[in-house]
Design a protein around this ligand. Structure first.
Ligand SMILES: Cc1cc2nc3c(=O)[nH]c(=O)nc-3n(C[C@H](O)[C@H](O)[C@H](O)COP(=O)(O)OP(=O)(O)OC[C@H]3O[C@@H](n4cnc5c(N)ncnc54)[C@H](O)[C@@H]3O)c2cc1C
Length: 512
């Protein structure tokens, strides 16, 4: 299965230089997604010299794989947030997200960013009566918190609904175009390096040194805008990593209204849908089917489920784009943004769930304020050093029991194929050979890539993702290409090359 997000195919991709020497700056940012690029822009505006090191292309991480919706509310619902905290917290979250959404809009206007930004209604609906109560509850809390939210007219929906609510004046854009265009606005204070992977950070009283694939970056501060902190960090015990999928269909003659649509459907399915128009073509996008990263037998079935949904509800059958994306759910529902250690020089921004185009922008505002010595009204709310045992307890336990379970399950025993010969062209599988777990992928030319299946992060065993053709770690979500190069998640390192104690297996003809 070929996977590519609609955003990547409809954006003009600019090239940035590759680092090939030692350099210095005031602030070194790791990651060129919405968080990294927005942070760079805000700091540069304050006169600081900023370097961004991106291991792939700008926007090539989750930012280019999202749905492109911008809203003040949150995917886990205001009702859940209020139950865990209180109404005041709900109001603060809404206001902080509104500030960030407004910043995005102001940049789109100020820099004339060609990213299809448009103010739109956000709609939440139940397709079946059992979920009406959730809609009522959300309406109640949103109103209590001061949002001008209304009962919606079922006629404004693309399908038959039971109950819906509408929040006007939210927004949509093409997230890849947005990040690409924002990165491309000329600023002498910003240097962006692509295909430049940071391998290690060293922090001392004098500053930070980022060791990269192309030279060292010396700076006063480092910002880990990598979606999740790299390396070992206790924050990872407070986050669950999830994979979710998107599909885009040609709309043809289908009458699909503009706006953001989040629906509660039968069998507990939550589906987000939207229209997107570019180059005279109209597409309908469906996003959903989340599951813990690396913990599904068959990733393709999740994409197929979205296609079946589109066929059943809208008669759509011309799927053009399919893709997966990662998100990290925080145990206490709030992201972690700010200085990682008291008086430290490294900043983190993580736990955005599927709300991170806005939270990533907010993180940029907060981190830029902290580095330039300005107070920020939300620094306590999103403090990454906060300790919230009661609010985090249930998710903390659930996520860590899950990690322990997958870790133990994968101690040397059953691998997922018996021999290398069983692996077909284009397939990957974990093979238990001479007591080692080997991540084996058979290329189109029939040769095998052989890596250790042990994730370098915390030694869990990776699983094959048959849709995106990657190796996904079920513990903390590190992901690797078919030939073992780290793509995302907390691991700094690639999968190690497979080592064989004795002879090579009989059924390996070529070892690559
Ligand atoms: C299916 C899906 C739908 C979503 N829909 C929405 C939505 O509609 N609205 C919304 O607000 N949010 C949405 N989100 C969430 C949002 O997309 C993310 O939270 C946000 O894009 C995160 O941005 P980021 O810059 O922090 O991370 P990323 O965009 O992932 O950027 C991190 C960058 O760091 C780079 N990197 C990592 N390691 C290194 C290294 N060692 N060296 C150098 N670079 C490195 C990566 O290559 C990557 O480009 C969605 C998420 C998913 C999965």
């Amino acid at each position: 299965m070929f996977t590519q997000s609609i955003w990547k195919d409809t954006a003009s991709i600019h090239n940035h230089q590759v680092l090939n020497r030692d350099i210095s700056a005031d602030v070194a940012i790791i990651g060129g997604g919405v968080t990294g690029i927005s942070t760079a822009r805000l700091l540069a505006r304050q006169g600081l010299k900023v370097v961004v090191a991106e291991s792939l292309k700008v926007g090539g991480g989750t930012s280019g794989h999202s749905t492109g919706n911008l809203y003040v509310t949150i995917d886990k619902n205001l009702e859940t947030l209020k139950n865990k905290y209180d109404l005041e917290t709900v109001k603060q979250v809404l206001q902080s997200r509104k500030d960030a959404l407004n910043l995005i809009e102001s940049w789109v206007k100020a820099y004339s960013l060609d990213c299809d930004f448009k103010r739109q209604n956000w709609n939440l609906y139940s397709a079946i009566a059992e979920n009406d109560e959730k809609i009522e509850q959300e309406l109640g809390v949103a109103r209590e918190a001061g949002l001008e939210i209304i009962d919606s007219d079922p006629a404004n929906y693309p399908l038959k609904i039971n109950k819906g609510i509408t929040l006007p004046n939210q927004a949509q854009l093409n997230p890849m175009r947005y990040v690409q265009e924002l990165a491309n606005v000329a600023d002498d204070n910003i240097a962006i390096y692509e295909c430049t992977r940071v391998i290690k950070i060293e922090e001392s009283d004098e500053g930070v040194v980022l060791h990269t694939s192309g030279g060292n970056i010396h700076a006063d501060y480092a910002v880990m805008a990598t979606h999740v902190p790299k390396g070992f960090d206790l924050l990872q015990t407070l986050l669950g990593s999830y994979r979710e999928y998107g599909v885009a269909f040609k709309a043809g003659d289908l009458d699909f209204p503009e706006g953001i649509f989040w629906g509660y459907h039968e069998d507990g399915k939550n589906i987000s849908s939207r229209l997107y128009e570019r180059n005279g073509e109209r597409y309908v996008i469906f996003v959903g089917e989340p599951h813990k990263t690396g913990q599904t037998e068959d990733n393709i079935q999740h994409i197929q489920a979205l296609c079946d949904f589109a066929q059943t509800h809208y008669g759509l059958n011309q799927v053009v784009y399919r893709w997966g994306g990662q998100h990290y759910r925080p145990a206490d529902l709030l992201p972690f943004i700010g200085r990682r250690n008291q008086n430290g020089r490294t900043f983190v921004a993580t736990g955005f769930s599927t709300d991170g185009l806005v939270y990533g922008t907010l993180a940029a505002m907060m981190i830029a304020d902290e580095i330039t010595g300005r107070s920020n009204p939300y620094s306590d709310l999103y403090n990454p050093r906060r300790f919230t045992p009661i609010k985090s307890a249930s998710r903390f336990i659930a996520e860590n029991v899950n990690v322990a379970t997958v870790f133990l399950k994968d101690l040397p025993s059953g691998a997922d194929k018996d021999s290398f010969a069983d692996i077909k062209v284009g397939e990957g599988a974990v093979i238990n050979y001479q007591g080692e777990k080997i991540a084996a992928y058979r290329r189109e030319d029939n040769e095998l890539h052989l890596n250790s299946a042990v994730c370098p992060h915390l030694k869990c065993i990776v699983n094959w993702n048959n849709a995106e053709k990657t190796w996904d770690c079920p513990c903390h979500g590190s992901r690797f290409s078919r030939d073992g190069v780290v793509l995302e998640g907390p691991s700094w390192d690639n999968l190690a090359r497979a080592k064989f104690k004795d002879s090579l297996p009989d059924d390996i003809q070529d070892r690559k």
